[in-house]
Design a protein around this ligand. Structure first.
Ligand code: AP5
Ligand code: MG
Length: 371
């Protein structure tokens, strides 16, 4: 079995098909023991789309007369999990006065199971039992009895045998787990701290993709795009652009960049809301921020460095004293609270940003050796 690539992520072989088939044999044997010879006709509820393969394999092995209905649920509205399951596609047949076997591909927190049981009760089912191919015991937190469990697995992000990553991967007959060797470094610091200057060496050392939200926004401004026009006035006043704009840019890069061992986020996140959005984005694939590399220099040095750069690069937000002053103010008010946020998460590493470019580079390089 080889690794597979789905969208921007790599997955490695985890559970071979033979092991899955054996687990299904076991579950089917238990069901046959419990339902064989029954006078009623139980109904299998196939929870779309994930449990299509499992339901089909299971059904082939059942020796009692049974019906099948399906329904689709989704816990997502837009891109953020709302934590609430909602019914997307209704039941394809009646369960009234019937015994229902809910067939799930995977149970993690158990919220879907709680909702499905409630829906079955509302639709007049006589009883409902739960039959799941996979269970993540480490995160299962509900009181609902899981009547039939194929296999227990750790809390990893998996695909294959019906399970997907953004709709891809369902067709594989084996199960794969996310290859979590991706690093997500945040290059943090006030304006002019040397983030852009130090990024190149970091990128080369760790094979990262450098994403500077400032550079991306200046690119949009140069193109004169709608987004660029929106950002221009804010940037030239030393204010931040709205969170959703930069979050969208970051998510888009995560989805489209391939062939790297991770990302170097320069100038993102810049607000607590952006940091929370980043955590949510990574959590979808059970990934995490690796470390925050924080370059610190005093405010007086910020002005000095930016004035020096103004004479070379001609960046619009470097031109006026008031803009520079407002960028420093915005940093202290909106961005500095992230220091506490990442200290609490145990991810914060401060580097003295004063001294020569080479001295700072060496300090960062020594830190990166730890990861
Ligand atoms: P952005 O482009 O990120 O600007 P910034 O954070 O203000 O940081 P700079 O790029 O000015 O500084 P740097 O740390 O990269 O320093 P550099 O290496 O160039 O953001 C611009 C604007 O976009 C924001 O104000 C905001 O409006 C918007 N924006 C961006 N991201 C956003 C987000 N996430 N949310 C909302 N809005 C967002 O170094 C500076 C100078 O110092 C250079 O000339 C360099 O050569 C020199 N230098 C560097 N190191 C040394 C050294 N050790 N010794 C001497 N000189 C040095
Ligand atoms: Mg920069």
């Amino acid at each position: 079995m080889n690794k597979i690539r789905l969208h921007d992520k790599t997955f490695r072989p985890f559970i071979p098909n033979e092991q899955i088939e054996k687990a299904i044999d076991n579950v089917a044997a238990q069901l046959n023991r419990d339902y064989d010879g029954c006078s009623d006709i139980p109904v299998l509820l196939c929870v779309l789309n994930g449990s299509i393969l499992f339901t089909a394999e299971l059904m082939k092995r059942l020796t009692f007369n049974c019906e099948i209905v399906s329904m689709k649920l989704s816990s997502y509205v837009g891109t953020h999990s709302t934590g609430k399951t909602r019914e997307v596609m209704g039941l394809t047949g009646s369960v009234k006065d019937k015994r229902v076997i809910i067939v799930e591909d995977i149970v993690d927190t158990g919220q879907t199971i709680v909702d499905l049981k409630k829906i079955m009760e509302e639709k007049g089912a006589k009883e409902s039992k739960v039959c799941t191919m996979l269970l993540k015991p480490a995160v299962y937190g509900k009181n609902v009895k899981l009547d039939y469990v194929g296999m227990e697995i750790p809390n990893d992000f998996i695909v294959g045998f019906g399970l997907d990553y953004d709709e891809l991967g369902r067709n594989y007959k084996d199960i794969y787990v996310l290859d979590t060797n991706m690093n997500y470094f945040i290059l943090f610091g006030p304006p002019g701290a040397g983030k852009g200057t130090q990024a190149a060496a970091m990128v080369e050392k760790c094979n990262l993709c450098h994403i500077s939200t400032g550079d991306l926004l200046r690119g949009e401004m140069a193109k004169g795009s709608e987004l660029g026009l929106k950002a221009k006035a804010l940037i030239e006043a030393g204010e931040l652009v709205p969170d959703e704009i930069v979050e969208g840019m970051i998510e888009n890069k995560f989805k489209t960049v391939t062939g790297v061992h991770g990302f170097l986020l320069d100038g993102f996140p810049r607000t607590i809301a952006q940091a929370e959005a980043l955590d949510k984005m990574l959590d979808k694939s059970k990934e995490k921020v690796t470390a925050v590399v924080s370059l610190m220099i005093p405010d007086s040095m910020i002005k000095e460095r930016i004035k020096h750069r103004a004479s070379i690069e001609g960046r619009a937000d470097d031109a006026k004293d008031e803009t520079i002053a407002n960028r420093i103010k915005t940093y202290h008010e909106k961005t500095e609270p992230l220091v506490e946020y990442y200290k609490r998460a145990g991810k914060y590493y401060e580097i003295d940003g004063t001294g020569t470019i080479e001295e700072v580079r060496q300090r960062i390089s020594d830190l990166l050796d730890k990861f």
